[in-house]
Ligand binder design. Structure first.
Ligand code: SAH
Ligand code: SF4
Ligand code: F3S
Length: 484
């Protein structure tokens, strides 16, 4: 039996890089560690256990593992009880080698070893040996219960893990293993348990949600329909959907359950040029991608689209890059997440010989982002003066924290900041009138002030914010959205 007091009431600190998958994994790690008497703390100085939940999708976040671990060296000299581990995608990729490269580490655990974490931590406290666990668990179906300590209004739910697509630039199939789905039955009971705890919105997570396949043959569209029809969850989001697998049935079900399935689709294009897309092994051409966009917009009018794009993929010519630029002008995404191509271990594209120079990648990225900025500002105007249902999350966080402003989200995933929030409003959906709009961020006021005043006396009285409204999302929030 595992010792239930491994933590002895001491602190655990986890820093998280990468996508929502990792954000969700961190929550799972904290839940498991709390069960063995660790207490989550908000700074590494207060901790006896530090975990870096790493990302390997580009080179930059990999460097962060080394630089962050380096900072802890001195702390370890002062505190002999301090243990430091790395989890996530770099851990999975490097395994035992990471212990050699970063001597300050005590343990390394892979993406399928999260549930062994308490045991691994116990081992590091018992002996002097360093601990590694980085095997993929390949049994099907993948079964897991969502663990959330204090579920808020919105929660992530993993529906599948791994990826079998092998896009030639991407390390994820190597760090997350083969694709496996949870059963429909398990997912529904999981979501029911979450709604019973007050959750109003779930984001279904998978590297490629629309290749979801339950043991009974249900596909992603059926999963969405079942969640919308058979649970009392109010809003359903999902990420990430692969354009090659986005079909008419998914559009039809999204339209049928529009009151629940959010008007926000992240549809990574990666490039606007058909030859580049073929070299990326994406499984669609520019024209096929545009046809999917049309199918989605025809079936769900008013839906907003965002995308991921890579510039400077090996061999990408100026002309081919121009096709990516023209794609964003043609589609007019509300937001894009654009990245300079970064060669990754094990991937095919890393071996392509025609790598694009760094300064050229930088120039293309800057041009793409500048063009998108203009588009996003133009699109934002559409929201001015409109009325939208807003799911209230609580007091503002990020750049607007401590301002007196509150925040909620529209079904398009736009944050609405407002004054006059009340704790009792959290989890309620309230109509808001938009006073001023910016890309991704809206400033709003209650649409029906009389109704609000009747229900929450004093809420509509004039209030002066403690500091000015900041119309830019916090970088941390952006990176969470970016699957970065
Ligand atoms: N499963 C998701 C993406 C996961 S990775 C999908 O298929 O869309 C998140 C994003 O990182 C990708 O969409 C891609 O734009 C970017 N990315 C992945 N590998 C990269 C690399 N080697 N260099 C630069 N960007 C990369
Ligand atoms: Fe899989 Fe997405 Fe990576 Fe492609 S980009 S290999 S679909 S995770
Ligand atoms: Fe892994 Fe997510 Fe990064 S799957 S490589 S943490 S983007």
């Amino acid at each position: 039996m595992l010792n239930q007091n491994i933590g002895q009431g001491e602190g655990v600190y986890i820093s998280t890089y990468g996508c929502q998958m990792n954000v969700n994994d961190t929550e799972r790690m904290l839940s498991l560690l709390e069960m063995v008497n660790f207490v989550p703390v908000d700074s590494p100085e207060k901790a006896s256990l530090i975990i870096i939940n790493s990302c390997s999708v580009r080179e930059k976040p990999v460097h962060k593992v080394h630089s962050e671990a380096g900072k802890y060296r001195q702390m370890k000299e002062k505190n002999p009880r301090l243990r430091i581990g790395v989890g996530g995608c770099v851990a999975q990729q490097e395994k035992a080698k990471l212990l050699k490269d970063v001597p300050v580490l005590d343990f390394v655990f892979g993406t399928d070893a999260i549930d062994q974490l308490p045991e691994l931590v116990a081992k590091t406290y018992e002996g002097t040996e360093k601990v590694v666990s980085a095997r993929f668990e390949n049994e099907k179906p993948y079964s897991v219960e969502t663990l959330v300590r204090n579920p808020g209004v919105s929660t992530f739910v993993n529906i599948a893990k791994g990826c079998d697509n092998f896009c030639t630039f991407c390390v994820v199939p190597f760090t997350r293993g083969r694709e496996r789905s949870r059963t429909l039955k398990e997912l529904i009971s999981d979501i029911n348990a979450l709604t019973a705890r007050g959750v109003k919105e779930v984001t279904l997570l998978g590297q490629n949600v629309n290749s979801y396949e339950s043991e009974c043959g249900a596909d992603f569209a059926t999963l969405l329909e079942t969640v919308a029809r058979d649970t009392s969850i109010e809003r359903i989001r999902y990420t990430t959907s692969h354009p090659k697998d986005f079909d008419q049935r998914l559009v039809d079900i999204s339209a049928k359950y529009r009151s629940k399935i959010c008007d926000y689709i992240h549809l990574p294009a990666q490039s606007g040029n058909t030859e580049v897309l073929a070299r990326m092994n994406r499984g669609y051409s520019r024209e096929e991608y545009l046809a999917k966009v049309k199918m989605i917009r025809d079936g769900i009018p008013g839906v907003i689209l965002t995308t991921d794009l890579i510039v400077g993929f090996p061999g990408e010519t100026e002309e081919q890059f121009m096709d990516t630029l023209s794609l964003i002008k043609e589609v007019r995404y509300d937001n894009i997440y654009a990245f300079k191509y970064s060669p990754r271990p094990f991937t095919k594209a890393a071996k392509f010989e025609d790598q694009v120079p760094e300064d050229e990648k930088q120039r293309r990225l800057a041009l793409l982002l500048e063009t998108q900025r203009e588009i996003a500002f133009e699109l934002a105007k559409d929201y001015d003066g409109g009325t939208y249902d807003v799911l209230i999350e609580g007091e503002a966080t990020g750049n607007n924290a401590n301002s007196g402003l509150w925040q909620g989200r529209t079904t398009h995933n736009k944050i609405v900041y407002f004054l006059g929030g009340r704790t009792e409003m959290i989890g309620q959906t309230i109509p808001f009138k938009i006073l001023k709009s910016f890309p991704n961020v809206l400033r709003g006021d209650f649409a029906d002030k009389e109704a609000i005043e009747a229900k929450y006396p004093g809420a509509t009285a004039p209030i002066v914010p403690r500091h000015d409204f900041v119309a830019v999302q916090a970088p941390e929030a952006e990176s969470k959205l970016a699957l970065n």
